[in-house]
Design a binder for this molecule. Structure first.
Ligand code: ADP
Length: 279
């Protein structure tokens, strides 16, 4: 948890969630008490760092919460080449002249959006540096190139997610990490995962259940790329193919076995697990 002082105002009641209530709300099935924590952090203007394996619903969660809080979402996919101008902005040529063009982070601050820095751990260290004053008490974005200093409005929220090292938090410097509220998402429990995959794919729950059992067995194999690899996302892909009329074995091969198998031994091991469920 962060050591930042919090303003005295209480968190507003969290708007209702669930796609049954609002069809425009991105569907997200809560797996812990993450929605209330996120809303409380937003109300107190605290940044949030979400850790969890790839494909476990981090981006969907943030999209859902941004919609529930009535804020626009500005997602940024971080990668090793992402530098601070990619976030803050740069001067661009407009024929004979140059003009300043906001980057996504600057835009998010201006409009009071939820800015999701997806995979922040992969970004260059100078990126983490520019976040310093924004995740600090002042919530200021300093645009060095223009001299502009933006005060983040109340609606703005910085959210970072990271999957770089499985379920470990982003490898941020400790002084930066301690300014974030930490939130961990994990692979959903089987009942929840069945509900999610059925809802996302339109496949009936009775046909989703063996897919979730298969995922459970693969996760239990414990081999690093397999244990963390078979995400809810892969199950959704397999189920979507099945809904589209592809046979179960082909769907599993295309959506789960081939994307996961790094060599023929692993492929054989995976096929044996598939046979133990469907054989
Ligand atoms: P991440 O950002 O963690 O890599 P995503 O948010 O992109 O993962 O999730 C991948 C997919 O898994 C989503 O598109 C959605 O179909 C599904 N999903 C995973 N968890 C949930 C959840 N709790 N509620 C709804 N959908 C989920």
């Amino acid at each position: 948890m962060t050591a930042l002082p919090v303003p005295p105002d209480a968190a507003p009641p969290l708007p209702a969630g669930g796609a049954d209530i609002d069809l425009d709300l991105p569907y997200y099935l809560e797996t812990g008490r993450e929605c209330a924590l996120f809303a409380a952090a937003h109300a107190r203007r605290l940044p949030v760092l979400i850790a969890g394996p790839a494909g476990c619903g981090k981006s969907r969660f943030v999209a859902h919460m941004a919609a529930r809080l009535g804020r626009p979402l500005v997602p940024v996919a971080c990668h090793a080449d992402l530098g601070s101008p990619d976030l803050i902005g740069r001067f661009v040529y407009t024929g004979s002249d140059t003009a300043w063009a906001d980057g996504p982070l600057t835009r998010a601050v201006r409009i009071g959006a939820v800015c999701l820095l997806d995979g922040l751990g992969a970004a260059r260290r100078d990126v983490i540096g520019v976040l310093g004053s924004l995740i600090g008490r002042q919530r200021r974005l300093v645009i060095g190139a223009t001299g502009e200093v933006l005060e983040a409005p109340d609606g703005f929220m910085l959210v970072a997610s990271d999957t770089a090292a499985g379920a470990r938090p982003a490898p941020l410097p400790p002084e930066a990490r301690q300014r974030f509220v930490a939130l961990r998402l994990d692979v959903p429990a089987p009942e929840a995962e069945i509900a999610i995959v059925a809802r996302e794919s339109g496949l009936e729950a009775g046909r989703v259940a063996p897919l979730v059992r298969l995922a459970g067995r693969i996760r239990a194999m414990g081999t690093a790329p397999l244990a963390g690899g078979v995400s809810t996302r892969l199950l959704v892909h397999a189920a979507v193919l099945m809904t589209g009329g592809i046979g179960v074995e082909r769907a599993i091969l295309a959506a789960i076995v081939e994307p996961l198998a790094e060599d023929s031994d692993m492929r054989r091991a995976l096929l044996a697990v598939v046979a133990s469920i469907y054989g």
